[in-house]
Design a protein around this ligand. Structure first.
Ligand code: SF4
Ligand code: FES
Length: 574
């Protein structure tokens, strides 16, 4: 490390090619930096866990420039180049850090022979049942056996027989025979979740993964062990045997469970979601996500979904409901209950609607207990979006008492509610019956049932958009599956309401055009930014004065409120 705290680069030679890598990078990561898909095969190494060095699959040849021990002078060959002293045995790449002048061979005959031997040992007791294994298609053992194995077995003895379906917890099932004892799941539980529940019992080929007596793998991160298990030993009890992974389409998305905004991938086929897994983003969630966040897609097929535009309970077109909503909003005395579950684009429209109908906007808080990792206290994905778009200018309250008083006094005659059940937030059904209600939401509730106008909206899996997370990171999500038949993206319907309120003709807007308007209006957004231009890993926005608000989140995996605030107030370049 240099004096100013930055990591210095060192040059090493990998298979004859000089590569500059940050000092301390291990050889597995250094080889990845060569690019062109080059990699050192490995099982037990994981970039976010401690190094165990137990699978031996990452063996490489390593050498260092030779020096005379007595004088310290470089020893040169006949061409005048410094000689390389190669280690007589291969070394594991995961536990070897790059040092200046280091030479690495990843494809020498010795390395190939080593991988071949390791693969043969691993397959001795591993069942050869890939055709019926749930991991097929994403199994590192399957891939590396094809690439580095010998292609036939010399083992004629009987394989060990172990239990095939062991319940490790409510969501994880273990096939003991497939475990290659890499200990990734053990290290994850201990190091990341601080739930030291897994371990090995028995010795040699009888070693078996198990939970400590009387305990289960039941923490809210248990399914990450399934993601990182390099073979088919740990499976998701919910997903196993439901679908072959090569049939599934992967779509980048954002977890809506809390303000962390974990980056995710939605796995779907023919309009149906089968599972959600984490997507690596070192600024947000590393490679992890909660189990509860993975289950959110189940609400897509809920019987409570709102599937029709209605006025007075009668099915209508989006144009009809938009025009009826405009009539009500133009009548004045409007209040709006907005949502931190809406996307930035939707909030931008709600802000315009509120301005044009002179509506007072309330937003309700949804706070819970944070777990210090990836479930923050704020259980909404886009509170920062509501603040940054100017939809609200202070943190939300838990109830709607001022609004209740407004309705009671007759000051509010029309209420636009977005995705909230206001009857559970201090506005009784009797009170609600005193106003005209326009409800916009994904699922029905007591407010929707009493609403005069219902505008069904799409869930995060069914539309494109953006959220702003706890660190003011703008992150985009994409459409994974189509929404209910006939339901349009919310911003298209909102355009039909917002434009006539300003006596304008609604335009056939695209998300990129909405972003041109957002960028033109909001200082914290670059003028040239389009929705397509937002990178998959997101963009850090300037919170400005908003950073001073007393947000509910406490320290979690990538957010430290105190450090974040300090960093924002530090002068640029400090
Ligand atoms: S269950 Fe999977 S992750 Fe855990 S030790 Fe076995 S192979 Fe490794
Ligand atoms: S990855 Fe290096 S020993 Fe397993």
């Amino acid at each position: 490390m240099s004096q100013n705290g930055t990591v210095e680069n060192v040059t090493i030679n990998i298979d004859g090619q000089d590569v500059s890598v940050p000092q301390g990078t291990n050889i597995i990561e250094a080889v990845k930096m060569v690019g062109k898909g080059k990699e050192v095969p490995h099982y037990c190494y994981h970039p976010k866990l401690s190094v165990a060095g137990n699978c031996r699959m990452c063996l490489v040849e390593m050498g260092m420039p030779m020096k005379d021990r007595a004088t310290g002078e470089a020893i040169l060959d006949e061409d005048g180049n410094q000689k390389i002293g190669w280690m007589p045995k291969p070394t594991i790449g995961c536990a070897t850090n790059a040092a200046p002048g280091m030479h690495i061979k990843t494809n020498s005959p010795m390395v190939k022979e080593s991988r071949n031997g390791v693969t043969e040992f691993l397959l001795i007791n591993h069942p050869l049942d890939c055709p019926i294994c749930d991991q097929a298609g994403e199994c590192r053992l399957q891939e590396f056996s094809a690439e580095h194995g010998r292609g036939y077995s010399r083992f004629i003895e009987d394989k060990n027989v172990k239990p095939k379906r062991t319940r490790l917890g409510p969501r994880v099932t273990l096939d003991d025979e497939r475990c290659i004892l890499c200990s990734r799941c053990v290290r994850f539980s201990k190091e990341i979740v601080d739930d030291d529940v897994l371990g090995f019992v028995d010795r040699g080929t009888y070693s078996t993964l198990t939970c400590y007596p009387g305990k289960e793998l039941e923490n809210n991160y248990s399914l990450n062990t399934v993601d990182i298990c390099p073979v088919g030993a740990l499976t998701s009890t919910d997903f196993r045997f439901k679908m072959r992974v090569w049939f599934l389409k992967r779509t980048n998305s954002i977890c809506t469970e809390s303000s962390v905004g974990a980056n995710t991938e939605i796995w779907s086929r023919e309009g149906k979601i089968y599972r959600i897994t984490p997507r690596r983003n070192d600024a947000v969630n590393d490679t992890w996500m909660t189990d509860s966040g993975r289950a959110l897609y189940k609400a897509v097929e809920s019987e409570d979904r709102l599937t029709h535009y209605t006025i007075g309970g009668v099915h209508k077109t989006p144009e009809d409901v938009a025009s009826a909503a405009v009539d009500l909003l133009k009548g004045g005395d409007v209040a709006m209950v907005a949502s931190a579950h809406s996307s930035v684009e939707e909030q931008f429209y709600y802000k315009a609607i509120a301005e044009r109908s002179r509506a007072k906007v309330s937003l309700v808080s949804h706070y819970g207990e944070g777990d210090g990792l990836l479930q923050s206290e704020d259980r909404t994905p886009n509170l920062r979006g509501a603040l940054l778009t100017g939809l609200i200018d202070q943190l939300p309250e838990a109830e709607l008492s001022p609004l209740a008083r407004g309705i009671n006094s007759g000051a509010v005659k029309t209420l636009l509610v977005v995705n909230e059940d206001v009857t559970a937030l201090g506005i009784s059904p009797d009170l609600l019956s005193k106003v005209k209600v326009i409800y916009v939401g994904t699922h029905t509730n007591d407010t929707a049932k009493d609403a005069d106008i219902v505008i069904p909206s799409l869930m995060v899996f069914e539309k494109d958009g953006t959220f702003i997370n706890q660190t003011f990171r703008l992150q985009k999500f994409k459409t994974a599956v189509p929404g209910p038949s006939g339901i349009r993206p919310d911003f298209m319907v909102l355009e039909k309401i917002a434009a006539p309120l300003a006596d304008e003709k609604p335009a056939a807007v695209t998300l990129d055009e909405v972003w041109q308007r957002i960028a033109a209006k909001l200082e914290s957004i670059q003028d040239s930014l389009t929705w397509r231009g937002i990178p998959d890993e997101g963009i850090a926005l300037e919170p400005g004065a908003l950073v001073e608000l007393p947000f509910a989140e406490t320290k979690n995996l990538k957010y430290d409120p105190v450090a974040f605030k300090e960093a924002q107030s530090a002068p640029a370049g400090a």
